[in-house]
Write a protein that binds this ligand. Sequence first.
Ligand code: MG
Length: 487
Amino acid sequence: MKIHFLKYYKFGFTFFISVFSIMSLNSFVTKKQNLPNFIIIFADDLGYGDLGCYGNPTIKTPHLDKMASEGQKWTQFYVADPVCTPSRAGLLTGRYPIRNGMTSKKRAVLFPDSNKGLPNSEITIAEVLKQKNYRTAMIGKWHLGHLKEFLPGNHGFDYYYGIPYSNDMNLIKDSPNYRKFSEDPNWIANPMNYNVPLIENYKEIERPVDQFTITKRYTEKAIDFIKEKNKDPFFLYLAHSLPHVPLFADPKTIGTSKRGLYGDVIEEIDWSVGKIIQTLKDLNIDGNTIVLFTSDNGPWLSFKTHGGSAGPLKAGKGTTFEGGQRVPAIFWGPGNIKPKVVSELGSTLDVINTFASLSDTKIPNDRKLDGFDLSNVLIKGEKSPRNEFYYWTRASLNAVRVGKWKLHIKQLDKINYSLPYKLKSPELYDVESDISESYNLANKHSEIVKNLRIKLKNHLSEFSDNLPDNLASRISKDSNRHPDNLK
Ligand code: MG
């Protein structure tokens, strides 16, 4: 038995805790005799149908396609919420945003005037990996609180370089309305119209940030971080600001994709993925690194050609239809990830459990987590342990999926993010046979509707009647503690 010491630096306090680690190392770690590095590449508003390997006919993504053929391509992978802030909170904590405070009835995401962020009591993937002294970096869009106490440095990351909220925020008064131009697939906004800061650690270093070069600069910083000479393993969370509107790409690449500016943006992200993979190969650490590529939510369809495509899925960002929450997900790790197309359920909520398992670290045991450990699917190709998923948005539980059945009981009437859709009565879909949620079977299968309603009721009963009006205004009772207790 070994004793590991974990340091937490939060609000100026240092906490030392000891974690007893049993020697039940999984096959991955045992085989390699050292701990795996982890990279999460997170795109913003990239839809299920925006990559070549997920069926896009005109956007070229050769590096991601290669990752998918060498690794695992998941076809039923869900994000914790269909918009930015809560989705990211779900990824990093493994908890539905209704538990971690990052959802509310009034506001779907944090804005530049928000004075809250991801509560300090939440434990992130970075903090879990700190048990084994991982080097950690967050590069890109954070969107979990722009005030100092909420920035990545206070959530387990050693280094931060990026923008603190979305690239369309802080629009300078009287700037042209982006929506008016979104029918022209090649129209380009002026980045000077968005007073968005670029931050390094806690310091603002550029404002407004030059968004034309942002993907390239994130990539360079990510490569610098990977190349740092250090014996410790690393965790890199690279969250691109794009293809969230307004769209920008390196001027040298603009006009090269058949899909217009949106295609240019995705192809630059694919270029970035290729550079990172090549760096891992050059350093001969590709056999000891797990890379996950996925997106925070579905496409922002109301921006027409400047939004992405959900492929065959219904609706997009902001909705609890499949187009809002089912995203591309590729796990890559040569020699470790068993190549496969996985057509079972998975979620960003599962990443923290999975990485903890692969690194022999512990997840918190003083609170409810909503994830499953997918490591045996990744390494051995076993069946996914996840068989259900709850669809939350804006502090509202809208739908549940168990196996192939999805019951949808609510949908927001006014949807800023997507095409309008009226849900008049509960809708039941077999989402394996009917990927587009086109054929409502509620009348035919009343028993299944009844059982799924019970699932929804039981899940909802875990929360108080007063679901939060504002972000971080009321968080569930179990997270009101400092993360100094890992099981
Ligand atoms: Mg997003």
